[in-house]
Design a protein around this ligand. Structure first.
Ligand code: ZN
Length: 83
């Protein structure tokens, strides 16, 4: 299934948010930059990332921020050990 926006599609809000958290762990976005929320598309009815509007409330949670920081550290060591 494809969307006219050309954006990547997620079937559920939960799936989109999980992917968003993962993406933020993999990329060193500054707070409030990069994709910060998910929305249900009027065109395809599925979920996409957005960098506009307010940040998703989950991203502000301490547990989620800790997960992002932990994932980032794990990825850092993964990359460092590989090369
Ligand atoms: Zn769409």
């Amino acid at each position: 299934m494809k969307c006219s926006t050309g954006k990547r599609i997620y079937d559920t809000e939960r799936e989109a948010i999980d992917a968003l958290i993962d993406l933020r762990a993999r990329n060193n976005y500054r707070k409030g930059s990069g994709p910060i929320n998910v929305y249900q598309c009027e065109d395809c009815g599925q979920w996409h990332f957005t960098s506009k509007g307010p940040e998703h409330e989950l991203l502000g949670l301490e547990t989620v921020q800790k997960k992002i920081a932990d994932d980032r550290e794990a990825l850092y060591w993964e990359r460092k050990l590989r090369f």
